[in-house]
Ligand binder design. Sequence first.
Ligand SMILES: Cc1ncc(COP(=O)(O)O)c(C=O)c1O
Length: 368
Amino acid sequence: MYNFSAGPAQLPKKVLLKAKEELLDWHGSGLSVMEMPFSSDEYKQISDSAYQDLRKLISLPDDYQILFLQGGAYAHFALVAMNLMGANATADYVQTGHWSTRAINEAKRYGQVNIVASGEQSGFTHIPPYDRWNLDPNAAYCHITTNETANGVQFHRLPNTGTVPLVADATSDFLTHQIDISKFGLLYASAQKNIGPTGLTIVIIRKDMLDKAMDIVPAVFNYTLQAKNNARVNTPPTYSVYMAGLIFSWLLDQGGVQEIEQINIRKAKRLYEAIDADSFYHCTIEPADRSMVNVCFELDNESLATDFINEASSNGLINLKGHGVRGGIRASLYNAMPLEGVEALIDFMQTYSKRHAYKEFKKILARA
Ligand SMILES: Cc1ncc(COP(=O)(O)O)c(C=O)c1O
């Protein structure tokens, strides 16, 4: 079975088996990770190695800090604004789809939000060209959503925002391809796509972005306070951190982000080629901005979408239904999806389209 869910998503089998093996007794401690005090030596070991492995995976410079927090990216839409807007309370936002719109709506409650570019008029089928962004040099930061999970558009090149720090929601493509983290003032991501189970939100912050929080920020979501306390102001999501640690070590075993990126490129290329080669399917996203991880497409005959999804499901290809905002089909190809899963989907798509083309042909013959 292959699970194309957009999240919570498929996890590597090897990681699940390891978690199963360690579920009742972690490394002879007699405890499940779920039962450990977060101040214990055992949990400290688990947490420290997760932090270290993540640093290694993204070659994190010393002036950045990783915080394992909670709340989900949706909470951090508001928290980013509360923690970073500072005295001017002004920030730039780029609107590229469903999730950046949500981020904008949350940030608006805490200050002035300038929508410096938007793909709304085109139905979010592209990333607005950088030379048309109306950036404000006095903005506290410029926020982008590196990959729009619901719409299937992705930044394949980072914008240059000058002296204004770049802030990104990287929930759905973090660790799927190499990034130059030094280009960001802050980056955040919910875990449930490429990092592990839900419950953990990763915030990576450059140290000069600290000390700007509004008084109203709850202590547990105050990035400065959490940074000073190594993200232990309250109980961290211990089991999710443990699972993320297993994923990080699995990724390192695969050869790191550099290697997984090559596989991800092959997966996405194969699927988009199959879509473009068959007039039964189409993808309306500008080819240069198509997401490598959330491949959104439609059937030419939209009324067949539910039948397609159901039949795919009974063939072991599950969770292909598009997000409610755009419908159609969405195949999420996160790190844990093997190339064989994509090949199985392509085989199914080809068989399905041939069968329906034949049915159409027979109908035309009957009418003639
Ligand atoms: C890009 C993006 N941002 C934010 C979110 C919201 O994440 P959460 O539900 O964990 O708060 C999602 C969820 O799918 C997402 O894909």
